[in-house]
Design a protein. Structure first.
Length: 1042
């Protein structure tokens, strides 16, 4: 598990002077627990991309801020003594048994050996090499146990030194460097100096004698102007040499024992490592040495200053990263003892740019000179609690919690009730006027700092539970909340406060607390509240930072420094940076109005646990290093990281891993794929992206990063080409087309050949069949000719028979007509006499029955004769219809009336309805006969006390006469034979009436003669409906009941 030891804000002790300079660091240690293979580390270096490389006794480790990659394969020995990035950006490696470099093929590293090393000292081979160095001509120099080696163009040249100069140290032997003039120096670990005589191609000794046998030199660096600096056993030395290299002059810069290495930061100060006493920090300008108990037991083997000005320590306990914190806590307690309160309530800059602050009993002044911060106590309240203070022209204006008011410089003390109440929120307008809030009335008091004349401004109608009175950009503002945000500004020309007309904002309510305000370069007012930071724009409050308790706001050009309960928030060019305790703040809780800047532009912050200042370069925000790709996997197969564009098969899983090489890793990332979207992903610590859904096309994967407290990095991008599978390539589509054409051609050819073959076979079969059929036809022709003769004879006989049948049928019809006609008159007479007998003669019951039977049988007989006559007439080809325009409704209505008597006998009701009157072209007699037949049938087959419905409906083209009964209905067999002659139905007349079976056939023939249609609709058991449909023209509408 990654072990990260963050030591926040420690104060390094200085000696050699009464002044103290605070230096705050973060310390992070890494060991085998975090992924190193060995804690025995010899040195570190940083490559061009930003990776940290560590030489260990178990090989080489590469560190990206979060993960170690350990390399141990291929080395002649796992005891790595030195590593360095060469002029060709390759990482060169010195092991006990050889010198080489690491080769990167875009996927993995491999070791390439250049020179072998042996355990025996010879003039032609390396023996336990220690350090490597590249001169200005890119020539590789290697120090080893007995001398130094020059390796150029694969040629080996060894310079051997006498035994007295040689090293018996396992860590050091000879140090090599080159000055601006091209002079090459070699420094023996034992303390002897040499330079290369290029003409003689040999090293000559410089005039320097080690102080004793224990003296040694572990590291040398060229300073310029013929000066060197060396880490020696007796301290940090400055060595100055003459141009002719004949004279040397040494000076001890730092008197320390057992120096192992050093590293100079970008401020010109030095980190100094020792073998046994730990790490020191030397502030060169002030000649101040800083140490810390955390470093005292650390064995420093080597130091590396990385590109972020952080120092890496290689030791026998792993590696340690030491970084200056962004903020440094003020250490004025070291001069003045423990503070009365760590909660800083007042912080301001005076007219000369010095910082003043109070611990509620004392007032301190901080000033800066050459980066050194010094503190002095400028007021002590002798036990009184300071409530508020301000300054003008070296005078202090102090309000105590007791209500007393004191002016230091005039030595004038005012009593508690002099102004009517206690004064708070003291400030000045840089024009002699001191402003304060008198809390009892309340009112604002302004008095002249010179003659102390005063003037009061009544604000009682505005005052809320929280108030701010502050100067910003030379203007005095009063801010409070009373049902709404109230802002007043002092007008110096009119000597009055005028009010901003600020509209109510729904985000603020009665619980609103105001903490601070500031005016920016555009004269816009920003207001800090417990609900966030707001900007006053055209009398409206616009949200700058929501849902954050903002207690302080300071504007530095375009930078908004915002103090909150979670630390410092900086809004810079639409980027937001966050600073917390781990960045050096004594506390994350910033005091109200607790941010300001001194005369050098350095930011100071007052917190609940002390005061801190920005210790990096003024107004410098670091840009996060551009993320580098760690790996690319397509379908779990590694791809070459050196490729500028990656081809990805569509629907293949692509995985990209990346890292911004910042140390330690406190980074968030954003990604986007141009061509798919222009929107950045949500910031996340996830350093991978994977996808398999991109359509075919070209894209650009973009990655950016932001370390806590830094700005967003530049964008790293890599081209993506999503390609279709090989079987979907243009060439394959062309091939598919050609293959398809060939296949179609083959199929068509095959089908044609098959058809020709089949046709040929059929032709042969047909010829054979034709031949056979021709023979058969000849035989059948003869037979046909014979049959035709016989058929003619038969047709003649049939015609004669048909003629005879027609004559017989006519004779039958005439006979029936004559018989029926001759029977009608006697039957009519019988019916008439029977009616007279029934109505006029006194008959007994037996006689009445006989007369009644004679009458009824005669009626039946007459009906049968009438039907027979009608049928004969209708079937006669001589029937001529008398067609005229007929009012069908009138005919039907009369029929309803005429049939009502028969219906009444069976207690039946006939319901007649017509939607309009219609005219039809018809023979009135026969159309009446057809409809009468249907109505009489309905009465005949309907039970007693039922209804018969007769209706006429239609439109402009046709009409329907519908006769519906409530009788027993028709069976399926009835429906099949309904309109046949002499067809007896399954239903029986309900009143004993007779039935000839001719009525419906007569109706059908009549309707047919009128070019109409007739059909029945019936469900057995639920009555029947007979419909006659004829062409018609409507007249009107009527409904009638009978």
């Amino acid at each position: 598990m990654l072990k990260r030891i963050f030591i926040f804000v420690f104060i390094l002790l200085l000696w050699l002077h009464n002044n103290h300079s605070a230096q705050s660091f973060n310390i992070t240690s890494y060991s085998v627990d975090d992924g190193l293979k060995s804690n025995l580390t010899k040195t570190c270096t940083q490559d061009k991309q930003g990776f940290i490389w560590i030489a260990t006794d178990a090989g080489i480790a590469r560190f990206d801020g979060k993960q170690f990659i350990n390399l141990s394969e291929g080395f002649p020995s796992l005891y790595i003594k030195d590593i360095a990035v060469g002029p060709d950006n390759l990482l060169y490696v010195i092991t006990d048994l050889g010198v080489g470099y690491l080769k990167w093929d875009g996927i993995k590293y491999s070791y390439i050996n250049l020179i072998n090393s042996y355990a025996v000292v010879t003039d032609t081979a390396l023996c336990y090499p220690k350090k490597l160095y590249f001169d200005k001509n890119k020539v590789l120099w290697i120090s080893e146990q007995s001398g130094v080696v020059k390796y150029e163009n694969k040629k080996f040249r060894k310079y051997t030194f006498e035994g007295i100069y040689r090293s018996d140290s396992i860590m050091r032997s000879f140090s090599i460097l080159e000055d601006d003039e091209g002079n090459l120096f070699v420094f023996s670990w034992r303390g002897f100096f040499f330079y290369l005589d290029k003409k003689e191609d040999k090293f000559n000794r410089l005039p320097f004698e080690p102080s004793d046998n224990q003296f040694n030199i572990n590291q040398v660096q060229y300073l310029g102007n013929n000066k060197l600096i060396a880490a020696a056993s007796n301290g940090l030395l400055e060595i100055e040499y003459s141009k002719n290299l004949l004279k040397l002059k040494t000076k001890i810069l730092v008197n320390l024992v057992g120096l192992s290495s050093f590293a100079q930061d970008n401020e010109g100060n030095y980190y100094i490592g020792t073998w046994t006493s730990g790490l020191f920090y030397w502030r060169k300008k002030e000649n101040k040495l800083v140490t810390n108990p955390s470093f005292e037991k650390l064995q420093v083997n080597n130091l590396l200053l990385d590109r972020d000005n952080s120092v890496w320590i290689a030791s026998d306990e792993g590696i340690t990263l030491v970084q200056k914190q962004i903020f440094a806590k003020s250490n004025y307690e070291e001069d003045f003892g423990r503070m009365s309160s760590a909660y800083i309530i007042n912080l301001l800059a005076n007219q000369s740019g010095k910082i003043l602050f109070s611990d509620q009993e004392n007032i301190y002044e901080a000033s800066e000179s050459d980066g050194n911060i010094t503190y002095s106590k400028i007021h002590s309240s002798a036990g009184k609690r300071i409530y508020s203070f301000t300054t003008y022209n070296d005078h202090l204006f102090i309000s105590y919690r007791t209500g007393e008011f004191f002016i230091q410089g005039k030595n004038k003390l005012f009593s508690a009730n002099h102004f009517g109440g206690r004064l708070s929120l003291l400030c000045n307008d840089n024009s002699r006027n001191i402003f304060a809030l008198e809390e009892l009335s309340p009112k604002i008091i302004a008095f002249n700092s010179k003659d102390l004349t005063t003037k009061n401004y009544d604000i009682s109608k505005f005052a809320g539970s929280s108030q701010v009175l502050k100067e910003s950009r030379g203007n005095i503002y009063y801010l409070t909340f009373n049902k709404n945000l109230i802002l007043l500004k002092y007008d110096n020309t009119k000597d009055e406060f005028f009010q901003y007309n600020i509209k109510a904002n729904s985000k603020l309510n009665s619980a609103t607390v105001v903490y601070d305000l500031a005016e920016d370069e555009d004269n816009t007012i920003l207001v800090a509240t417990n609900y966030g930071l707001f900007r006053v724009v055209k009398n409206e409050l616009k949200v700058v930072l929501a849902n954050t308790i903002t207690k302080a706001i300071y504007i530095d050009g375009k930078n908004y420094w915002i103090g909150s309960e979670q630390g410092i928030i900086v809004n810079r060019n639409n980027e937001t940076l966050y600073f917390k305790k781990q960045d050096g703040l004594p506390s994350a809780s910033v005091s109200a109005s607790g941010i300001t800047a001194d005369g050098n532009g350095r930011i100071w912050v007052a917190t609940s646990s002390g005061i801190a200042y920005w210790q990096l370069e003024t107004d410098k925000f670091n840009i996060t290093p551009t993320p580098v790709l760690l790996s690319i996997k397509i379908k779990n197969k590694n791809k070459n990281l050196t490729d500028e564009s990656i081809e990805i098969l569509r629907n293949s899983l692509a995985q990209f891993s990346f890292r911004s090489l910042t140390y330690p890793d406190r980074v968030v990332y954003q990604t986007r794929i141009i061509g798919l979207t222009n929107e950045w992903s949500e910031a996340s610590s996830n350093n991978t992206i994977s996808f398999n859904h991109l359509p075919v096309g070209d894209y650009i994967l973009q990655i950016r990063a932001r370390q806590a407290g830094n700005l967003w990095s530049n964008i790293n991008e890599i081209g993506l080409s999503i390609i279709a599978p090989w079987y979907e390539s243009p060439w394959m589509y062309l091939l598919y087309f050609v293959a398809l054409v060939l296949i179609i051609n083959y199929i068509v050819t095959f089908i044609q050949k098959k058809k020709i073959s089949i046709l040929e076979e059929k032709r042969k079969e047909l010829e054979k069949t034709v031949e056979e059929k021709t023979s058969d036809l000849r035989e059948k022709q003869k037979m046909t000719e014979y049959l035709l003769i016989e058929t003619k004879k038969t047709n003649i006989n049939l015609e004669r028979a048909n003629e005879e049948l027609r004559d017989v049928n006519k004779l039958k019809s005439d006979l029936l007509s004559i018989a029926a006609h001759d029977l009608k008159n006697p039957l009519s007479a019988i019916i008439g006499f029977a009616e007279i007998m029934l109505e006029e003669f006194p008959l007994n019951s037996s006689e009445y029955k006989m007369a009644k039977m004679i009458h009824d049988s005669s009626i039946i007989m007459l009906k049968l004769i009438t039907d027979i006559l009608d049928s004969a007439v209708v079937e006669s080809t001589n029937l001529k219809m008398k067609i005229e325009m007929v009012d069908i409704a009138e005919i039907v209505e009369r029929l309803v009336v005429e049939n009502s008597h028969a219906a009444n006998k069976k207690q039946q009701e006939i319901v007649f309805s017509v939607d309009k009157d219609y005219e039809i072209e018809a023979d009135p007699r026969w159309i009446r006969e057809a409809i009468d037949n249907l109505i009489s049938n309905a009465i005949k087959y309907s039970p007693k006390k039922k209804k018969i419905y007769v209706s006429i409906t239609g439109n402009h083209n046709y009409l329907q006469v519908r006769v519906k009964d409530e009788g027993p209905g028709l069976t399926s067999d009835d429906m099949k034979n309904l309109f046949n002659k002499f067809q007896r139905l399954s239903a029986k007349p309900t009143g004993g009436e007779s039935s000839t079976g001719l009525g419906l056939s007569i109706v059908k023939e009549i309707v047919k003669l009128h070019n109409g249609k007739i059909w029945a609709e019936s469900e057995f058991g639920n009555g029947s409906t007979f419909i006659i449909e004829l062409a018609a023209k409507p007249i009107s509408s009527i409904v009638i009941k009978h």
